[in-house]
Design a protein around this ligand. Sequence first.
Ligand code: SAH
Ligand code: SF4
Ligand code: F3S
Length: 475
Amino acid sequence: MKIEEKTIDESIQGEATMVESKTDNGKKLYLESYGCQMNFSDSEIVASILSDNGFSTTRNVDEADVILMNTCSIRENAEQRVRNKLSQHNKRKKLNPGLVIGILGCMAERLKKDLLEQEKLVDLVAGPDAYRDLPALIEEVESGQKAVNVLLSREETYADISPVRLGKGGVTAFISIMRGCDNMCSFCVVPFTRGRERSRDPESIVAEAQDLFDKGYREVTLLGQNVDSYRWNISKKGEIQNPDKPVVTFAMLMEMVAKVNPKLRVRFSTSHPKDMTDDVLKVMAKYNNICKYIHLPIQSGNTEILKKMNRGYTTEWYMDRIKAIRTIVPEAFISTDIITGFCGETEEQHQDTLKLMEEVGYEFSYMFFYSERPKTLAERKFEDDIPLETKKRRLNEVQELQFKMSAEANKKTVGKVYEVLIEGVSKRSDEELFGRNSQNLTIIFPKDNYKPGEYVNVLVEDCTSATAIGTVVKD
Ligand code: SAH
Ligand code: SF4
Ligand code: F3S
């Protein structure tokens, strides 16, 4: 069976919901987001900054005065999709010559002025650390110039900006806890597009979680490229910066957020296998409202490939972390990311990935074939020598195995009762609602009089490889 490449890009790509500005300048912003959850969360910061400057957002691109695309560079096809969309948007300039088209996010940071000068696709380029400058950049474009700010910062965390929530439903929200990444995995463009790792003030994180809870939200996901290396008031070398203030690690931060309210679920993404500590797992086990789901990207099941990827762990180390999860949080579901066809990957090394997948028994995976990215360590050091067909065939094998394992895992949920946080109306039918259990499994059930934001206990009666179907059990 052929399963389409499942990308994070597609899973959360989308337009923003409507936001009215308090200080209306009559201008309408159309904001489109691609890429990972961090980008989505950044779009909420962008919407906040621009709404404070008089813009209202619109879902109708035809009435936009400003179009901003928040973009992703992680794989070549992610960039291609954005280029296609930009050409479409450019056609609108014939009808509306005053239209401002801007690019934000990782592609903006990676390509910088090229998008203005060579490709002539946009009027404005703003990198991930330059969003406070957007009102000024838009003004510059309106006065007839092209505008660029791609400066990366060592401090910017937008901690004081209260994001405008663009997600639908009002039940779940993202909270960025850190920005950037210092890891330099050899395949990855993120350290170049997002800059140095920096953590956000824990007080502002807890305040944001409290505010969301007060507004009716019931789940927050703490976001960072490597959440386990979150640290406040202590340097990487272990030096305390301000002796009068407490040191906060990721495990401590998670506990602080979990204590906001037992009815507020806490999730996090992404854990890095080299940094995930038992402390984090122990906090997970201690609090019922910290969801029992861990996304722990392996990338490859072969230590030699992992070394070439500069991931900082061996398969033995990784399996030890899996053992720790199984011991401390036994009910947890585990998912992963896998790259097939990395430079020099042999057939045996690919088999090692399949073997490791089976050994762990992942409930879910995001799977990709390797896409060489300019300036990365891998591009400079290794040859991208696996033919595309082979990369795709290996991807297909990995996907088929995962599909089978997900179906098996979901089958095991049949007959069990799970607490589900209701998120909205199911795509299948208006008469059904959907939500997730703690393990991140989507469960569908008849609507009755239940509403999004409520918790219900659902008995699972049937399942597919992606979702479970059940009925509410009344107390
Ligand atoms: N910070 C996260 C990953 C963020 S990118 C972590 O370290 O786990 C999300 C996923 O995209 C990665 O885990 C990897 O599987 C995939 N990816 C990144 N660069 C890629 C590339 N050049 N080609 C294919 N997949 C890639
Ligand atoms: Fe990229 Fe590695 Fe950083 Fe993840 S940890 S963002 S894969 S460099
Ligand atoms: Fe893409 Fe940038 Fe996220 S490259 S995956 S949007 S950090």
